[in-house]
Design a protein around this ligand. Structure first.
Ligand SMILES: *[C@@H]1O[C@H](CO)[C@@H](O)[C@H](O)[C@H]1NC(C)=O
Ligand SMILES: *[C@@H]1O[C@H](CO)[C@@H](O)[C@H](O)[C@H]1NC(C)=O
Ligand SMILES: *[C@@H]1O[C@H](CO)[C@@H](O)[C@H](O)[C@H]1NC(C)=O
Ligand SMILES: *[C@@H]1O[C@H](CO)[C@@H](O)[C@H](O)[C@H]1NC(C)=O
Ligand SMILES: CC(=O)N[C@H]1CO[C@H](CO)[C@@H](O)[C@@H]1O
Length: 555
């Protein structure tokens, strides 16, 4: 295995000196802390715990941590935990291009993709900044040509539709961001085929015209079976609609890849190839050439603003003292709930329809990163790591799972996100005000609850009373964004990236590999072959055999 630098002399988070202190604080203060009382006792609590991030363009995002189950002493110990775990050392190693993805001996350097400082950024002694700029310049030229109509399809018509074919990170990021920034879209339509489902491509091809469609094939190696199968299907469809002339492909296919040989073999002009490097992990690839669909959709300048918003959070994360460091505090709160309150989940609910794919995106970011049970010291953890992140846009969620959040038996630390300014202030902003009132009210209700006396004073009697009681004291972090702009969306994503990083650093796990997705893939290959034959399968456990054989019979 590749060498690894162990930053902390402790193997396990539970051995960190501050851990024991926090355990003690949980017992003596945390588990009995009553938020209502804390607010009553400290008129400055909101000012103290609500932190405002200022983006590069001056727009602001407020992170209100004051409705969390903390006090000054707890917060101080949480910050000490970060110090004991040497979170800043690991952070600096990451930003320094060191190989912190040690199980595969790789740097984690997607921050270089959004570092617009024009300074040298070095991985393995190589300055990668010129390469990053070159790809961005190419994305700018290409997206501007396509958007302006200067780029012509093979019959001389401008492009109207972009079909992005990719899987995993090559899909989730562009889908989420184009949905979130729909307001900034021009005339181009984008479609995403994530190629797990065979009908996805077929349905997309029904609504586009070959003469005016541009396909983006997103595959790092250009050998991923699923992507190439579908890319080939798209190519065959295109050729069948356009008279079979291979030379037309150059006008209608671009590759987001690093494999020039394979791209050329596929028939794509390598001039229309956009590369990215081995230090860009799939779940961080939205900042790379994989973002081309975004640049095409919202325009390059907006894409650049998206990068700069994330860069501003990187700057905050690397330069702000720990006590004021917003993503670090977010990560520490996760650890506080996950490990001391035994919370199993983390809810992220955007009060914004544009952000409807945001929780799904964060699921990959968080759970693929921190769903681990072995430390960077190669021993099993004896404590809980990555939480189950889930979410849906409110206010729909209010009518589905919020019941459980309010009155269930589980503690569900929640982040609520609201943009103060709506892109669609229809009806005298009435909708926006309704949405906002829910955003405020939900967090308030979760905190203040409703006790028996109150329920009785509202006229409830007898057995009905306990059903109407809300225990309250349920923690939320309210994230109030001035407006969902490209810059602020970039900042929000980077915030969650560094929250995830902080959690992983404290749990002392490698947040950057994903061996857990391998086993299923390997077994799927074996089973894939078995599905080719008509013979009964008997090599698995009885359940797997039974299901496969039933499937074959019904297929
Ligand atoms: C390109 O694909 C070939 C397989 O056809 C593989 O051997 C090679 O390593 C790949 N190169 C890159 C840069 O991904
Ligand atoms: C870490 O390495 C693994 C294995 O090579 C790779 O799949 C993953 O994308 C890398 N992660 C990052 C963040 O670079
Ligand atoms: C961008 O890169 C430069 C050069 O490595 C570095 O000094 C700067 O801190 C980086 N900026 C951010 C926000 O990471
Ligand atoms: C986990 O292991 C460490 C080191 O042996 C020990 O200090 C700690 O008490 C253990 N924690 C639990 C919950 O078992
Ligand atoms: C339409 C099409 O060809 N879809 C394919 C995409 O790739 C998957 C996985 O290889 C196939 O199952 C689909 O049929």
């Amino acid at each position: 295995m590749a060498s690894q630098k162990t930053f902390s002399e402790f193997q396990l988070a539970t051995e960190l000196p501050a851990w024991a202190k926090l355990q003690e604080l949980y017992e003596s203060q945390g588990k009995t802390l009553v938020l209502k009382k804390e607010f009553a006792a400290d008129p400055k609590r909101f000012e103290k715990y609500a932190k405002t991030f200022v983006n590069y363009d001056g727009s602001k995002i407020m992170f209100d941590f004051s409705k969390n189950l903390i006090n000054d002493e707890i917060l101080k110990s949480l910050v000490q935990l970060a110090k004991d775990a040497k979170v800043t050392e690991l952070r600096d190693a990451m930003f320094g291009g060191e190989h912190i993805n040690f199980t595969e001996d790789r740097a984690v350097y997607h921050m270089a993709l959004r570092n617009r400082s024009n300074k040298a950024m070095t991985v393995d002694g190589v300055n990668v900044a010129p390469g990053v700029d070159k790809v961005l310049q190419h994305m700018k030229e290409f997206s501007e040509q396509v958007r302006s109509g200067e780029w012509k399809g093979y019959t001389g018509k401008a492009i109207t539709d972009v079909v992005n074919i990719g899987i995993g990170g090559s899909d989730l990021g562009p889908v989420m961001v184009t949905e979130a920034l729909k307001h900034y879209a021009g005339a181009l339509k984008v479609h995403f085929v994530s190629n797990i489902d065979g009908t996805h491509l077929a349905e997309t091809l029904k609504v586009v015209n070959a003469e005016t469609t541009l396909f983006l094939i997103a595959s790092k190696t250009f050998t991923t079976a699923e992507t190439i199968t579908n890319a080939t299907s798209a190519k065959n469809w295109f050729l069948s609609k356009t008279g079979g002339d291979q030379s037309n492909i150059a006008k209608h296919f671009a590759a987001l890849s690093t494999n020039e040989t394979e791209v050329a073999k596929f028939g794509i002009d390598v001039k229309n190839m956009f590369g990215f490097e081995s230090w860009v992990g799939g779940r961080y690839s939205v900042w790379s050439a994989i973002g081309l669909a975004i640049a095409l959709y919202i325009g390059y300048d907006n894409f650049e603003a998206f990068l700069k918003g994330a860069e501003a959070v990187d700057k905050h994360f690397t330069e702000t003292p720990l006590e004021e460091n917003i993503p670090l505090l977010g990560g520490l709160l996760s650890v506080w709930y996950n490990n001391f309150f035994d919370a199993q989940t983390h809810l992220v609910a955007p009060f914004d329809q544009y952000l409807h794919r945001f929780p799904a995106y964060l699921q990959q970011l968080s759970m693929e990163s921190n769903g681990k049970s072995v430390t960077r010291g190669n021993v099993f953890t004896n404590y809980s790591t990555g939480s189950i992140l889930f979410g849906e846009p409110a206010t729909n969620a209010q009518h589905s799972f919020f019941q459980l959040v309010h009155q269930g038996t589980k503690l569900i630390p929640s982040d609520f996100i609201l943009a103060a300014q709506s892109h669609n202030p229809i009806g005298d902003n009435l909708h926006q005000k309704m949405l906002a009132s829910n955003f405020f009210a939900q967090a308030e209700a979760l905190m203040v609850g409703k006790d028996e006396d109150q329920v009785k004073s509202e006229g409830a009697t007898g057995g009905l009373v306990p059903h109407k009681v809300f225990s309250g004291n349920r923690p939320t972090t309210s994230i109030l964004v001035q407006k969902i702009t490209p810059a602020n969306l970039g900042a929000l994503i980077a915030y969650y990236e560094h929250v995830t990083f902080t959690e992983g650093a404290i749990w002392n796990i490698n947040s950057f590999d994903q061996w857990g997705v391998e086993l299923g893939k390997v077994l799927a290959k074996v089973i894939g072959k078995e599905l080719e034959t008509s013979a009964d399968v008997s090599g698995h456990d009885a359940s797997t055999n039974g299901l496969i054989n039933q499937f074959k019979e019904w297929m």
